[in-house]
Structures are given as structure tokens and as C-alpha cells.
Design a binder for this molecule. Structure first.
Ligand code: CA
Length: 255
């Protein structure tokens, strides 16, 4: 199998509950990380609903090629990206409807980052401030754009990446599944190369560790994804573990 993978999640050092959810479905080529928000119970519900709804639609479109696309088919996107786009839009609708029905869940939402992998090709989707990173021969780079207020400030040069990690408004997301009746999904695609590593994570990782710290850990353990996942969580907790931490690592090799 050309793809190795490892997932891990941890409540962190400060929170009492873990509102993150993740899914690894290698038979579908699908990997998802979601970070719920809206208060303890609601956050857990939102991230779990997202992961389940996304998986359900990817499974449906894996088994049946000739479905009617409930959210339309965007001709400028490839098939995999259309599957992810619809999956996240349907998840959004489901979470939004559940939040509207139940006072205890009102206002809940969740981030989601997804990788859908077929052979060498990876399609990626993002809503919110969870992240996908690529480690290749040139080092570590973030592939997704954070949909957060703080990212807007960093982009505009108002504050630095370092300041962003401790800023009081660092948790304010500007896009989430379930927050509004409709959602825009960021989509992209890439060809994986020998030795590439993808990291999907919630902000409990990258708010505690800088990109260079994450890069150093991944380089050190790139041949042992289990050790890499454990080390990422250990180091994020060492730095304070202020939030739930979830990581999925995907390693691509041709043999
Ligand atoms: Ca979080």
C-alpha cells in the first residue's frame, strides 16, 4: 500500500472534554479532522456530525457514480473535489438544522479539513482554522488558508505569526460548518511525490507549536508515523496543551 497513516487525539492539559473528531477511512481514501465549537456538548456533537456526514457522502459517491448531486456539480472542479465540496455542504446543512432544532445545540459549529486520496492524487478541502501541512524535500508548508480573524491580521501584516499564537482573539473563526445556512468550501488538489507527508491537525497543535517546531518533529520521525503523532501531541502538551489536539499523518511512498 503506497499510503501509510496514523491518527491521534488528546484532550490537552486545560480542557475537560475533547471536542475534536477525526476519521480515517483508507478504503475510501478519506481522512478528516474536525474541531467543534459552541460549548462542550455542542462542540462534540458538531464535529462528530461533520465527520459522519462527510464520510457518508464520500461512501455514497464511491459506490454509485450516477447520483443526482444534491448541491450541484461544479464543472470547474474535478470529481474528487466535487465529492468533497458536496460532502462538506451537506454536513453544513445537517449541523445548521440540528442547531436550529435543539436549544442546547444552538450556535454550534465545527471546522473540517479533509484529504481524499486516489493513487498519487490528493484532493483537499477546508472550512475553518484547522490545517493541512505538506512536508516535502523543501520542508514544511501550510497548504490550507485559515478562515480566522487572526489570519486576516497576519496577512495584512498587522501582527506576526508569533504574536498570533498568543493573541486573545486567536480562536475566532470566520467560517465554520453549521454556523450559517450555506458555506464556502476551499478546495485544492495535488500530486503526491515519493516521501511526501501530509499533516491534518486542529489548532490545539499549531497554537502550541510553531511551524518550525512541527517541521523538526516530522523530520525526526518521518519513517515512524506512530512515533511522530505521539511526539507532536507530547510537545503540544509540554508547551501548555491549552486546547484539544488532533493529528492525522499520511505518508506517501511509491513502493
Ligand atoms: Ca480547537
Amino acid at each position: 500500500m503506497p499510503l501509510r497513516f496514523q491518527a491521534a487525539t488528546d484532550v490537552g492539559k486545560q480542557r475537560t472534554a475533547n471536542e475534536d473528531s477525526f476519521l480515517t477511512a483508507p478504503e475510501l481514501g478519506l481522512f478528516v479532522v474536525a474541531d467543534g465549537m459552541g460549548g462542550q456538548a455542542a462542540g462534540e456533537v458538531a464535529s462528530r456530525l461533520a465527520v459522519d456526514a462527510i464520510c457518508q457522502f464520500i461512501k455514497l459517491t464511491d459506490e454509485q457514480r450516477d447520483i443526482t448531486w444534491p448541491t450541484g456539480y461544479e464543472p470547474s472542479l474535478n470529481h474528487g473535489q466535487n465529492r468533497l465540496r458536496s460532502a462538506l455542504m451537506l454536513a453544513n446543512q445537517e449541523i445548521y438544522a440540528s442547531g436550529a432544532e435543539d436549544a442546547g445545540l444552538r450556535g454550534m459549529g465545527t471546522t473540517a479539513v479533509c484529504a481524499l486520496i486516489e493513487g498519487q492524487h490528493a484532493d483537499l478541502a477546508n472550512v475553518g482554522d484547522s490545517r493541512i501541512y505538506l512536508l516535502d524535500d523543501d520542508g514544511l508548508k501550510q497548504i490550507t488558508n485559515d478562515h480566522s480573524w487572526i489570519h486576516e491580521q497576519v496577512k495584512r501584516g498587522v501582527i506576526s505569526e508569533d504574536q498570533a499564537r498568543s493573541h486573545p482573539y486567536r480562536n475566532v473563526v470566520t467560517r465554520a460548518l453549521g454556523a450559517t445556512p450555506d458555506v464556502d468550501v476551499d478546495l485544492s488538489g495535488m500530486e503526491l511525490q515519493e516521501g511526501n507527508l501530509l499533516l491534518l491537525c486542529t489548532d490545539g497543535l499549531n497554537s502550541m507549536l510553531s511551524d518550525s517546531e512541527i517541521s523538526e518533529i516530522l523530520q525526526r520521525y518521518r519513517d515512524d508515523l506512530d512515533a511522530a503523532a505521539k511526539a507532536l501531541i507530547f510537545e503540544a502538551n509540554q508547551k501548555g496543551g491549552e486546547d484539544n489536539i488532533t493529528v492525522i499523518l499520511l505518508g506517501y511512498s511509491e513502493d
